[in-house]
Design a protein around this ligand. Structure first.
Ligand code: ZN
Length: 439
């Protein structure tokens, strides 16, 4: 019989209640740290929680995040890290045998700021700041509950206080990296070379973890190029000089342009030709197609989006009509020599917490093997974010980000929707005791 301390027992006996308590306690932080304020000043009164006591996770089958499988690993967790795969410590044990255990997933492209307001429609900048804060916090919570322990959110200034509260003060949510506000290409009027560099430096000074760049207009309004090779070379080059990565929203030939400009990661890729995809892969860029979630979510929630920004009926129809072209681009990316196809959902309102649906799309509509799809959200995604030594693998020294699935995703990819256990940094945020008891 596994022994659990009182905290874990509370979570086990009533996961929903424990989650609500943790969430409610942390809302106080949001309320005293409205957007645009310096969260750190307000949050000083709430110290970071002490790390939980060491614990051993019993597993019978685990995926190591790098494409390997571990049999009978006993993960020793202490101070938020995995210290061994062969723990003999039985003082505190969580029994995950019967489930598939793997590293917490990493989504390299989400929009945590995107949420529905209290009327159920996509929130705009007219939403009261407090409600915006709660919306973004809820998106973060849903994402964590979906098994994603790290996300890259690109981007909005509101992601900074969220990132900092989660990182420094125990606020519940995935580890967040953020680009803050993106740089939006506007052709020649985007700025002079010096102005372009200044845009990158400004974001670095604001605390951005990477630079997000729009080099094409939205697919809903034509997917037209908005930045030249010279402009992108300046932007991505400046980012690199400052030690930051760059992520580029690109369609058609802009995929190749972003690769040639030395940008780190190229998103979407719709309407790109084989040569464009191969050029970007050859340049070493990480490639990110979306096939399983973002468009489907827009269509499912269409009525909540229509009429705001560029969300029009025609634009939605274009995305739906061209979804099979996204499947084709995904296959081109997978087939490109040296292609590093990383996990990236572009999750917006309605999609948070369902990020794992992208795995199902990758397997079903892009021909990716389940193991490859899973690794794209573990070791490969960690590498794409410059965190390959700290997250994305079950190995000694890595962060104790561990999830468990009810089922085997290698034989049934829909098991990714059945996340029963979530640990991030050694803290248990979800453990479905009811299912645990059936063994
Ligand atoms: Zn996006």
């Amino acid at each position: 019989m596994p022994r659990l301390d009182s905290t874990l027992r509370a979570v086990t006996s009533s996961p929903a209640r424990a989650a609500r308590i943790a969430f409610a306690a942390c809302l106080a932080l949001v309320i005293v740290a409205p957007l645009g304020s310096r969260a750190s000043l307000h949050a000083q009164a709430v110290p970071a929680p002490a790390p939980p006591a060491p614990v051993t996770l019993l597993t019978d089958r685990a995926l190591d995040g790098r494409g390997g499988t571990l049999q009978g690993a006993r993960l020793g967790i202490a101070a938020g890290r995995i210290i061994t795969l062969a723990s003999t410590d039985t003082a505190r044990v969580i029994d995950l045998r019967g489930y598939t255990v793997l590293p917490g997933w990493i989504d390299t492209h989400v929009h945590l700021d995107s949420h529905f307001d209290k009327s159920g429609r996509i929130a705009t900048d007219k939403e009261p700041a407090l409600e915006q804060s709660l919306g973004i916090a809820q998106a973060a919570w849903a994402t964590l509950m979906g098994g994603f322990t790290t996300v890259q959110s690109v981007g909005d200034l509101a992601e900074r206080p969220l990132r900092d509260l989660i990182r420094d003060h125990g606020f519940p949510g995935p580890r967040v990296l953020t680009s803050l506000a993106p740089i939006i290409g506007r052709g020649d009027s985007t700025g002079t070379p010096e102005q372009l560099r200044a845009m990158v430096r400004e974001r670095k000074a604001q605390g951005a973890d990477l630079i997000k760049i729009f080099a094409s207009t939205s697919q809903r309004v034509g997917a037209k190029p908005t930045l030249s090779l010279a402009q992108l070379t300046i932007l991505c080059g400046e980012a690199k000089a400052l030690g930051l990565r760059s992520m580029v929203h690109a369609y058609r030939g802009q995929v190749a342009v972003a690769g040639r400009a030395g940008c780190t990661q190229v998103e979407h890729g719709t309407y790109a030709a084989r040569e464009d995809v191969e050029a970007a892969a050859r340049a070493g860029a990480y490639l990110s197609p979306q096939v399983g979630l973002v468009v489907q979510n827009y269509i499912e929630n269409k009525a909540r989006y229509l009429g705001v920004g560029n969300y029009s009926e025609a634009g939605m129809q274009t995305m739906l009509r061209d979804l099979p072209l996204d499947f084709d681009v995904c296959r081109l990316m997978m087939a490109a020599p040296g292609g590093k196809v990383v996990f990236s959902t572009d999750a917006t309102a309605g999609a948070h917490g369902r990020n794992a649906d992208e795995f199902i799309g990758r397997v079903r509509d892009c021909g990716v093997s389940p193991m490859q799809a899973l690794v794209s959200a573990n070791a490969l995604a960690a590498g794409a974010m410059g965190l390959g030594d700290t997250i994305g693998a079950l190995a000694p020294g890595f962060a104790a980000d561990v999830i468990a699935l009810d089922g085997d995703p290698i034989t049934d990819i829909t098991a990714v929707r059945r996340v029963v256990f979530v640990m991030k940094g050694g803290v248990v945020y979800k453990w479905d005791g009811a299912i645990a008891g059936r063994r």
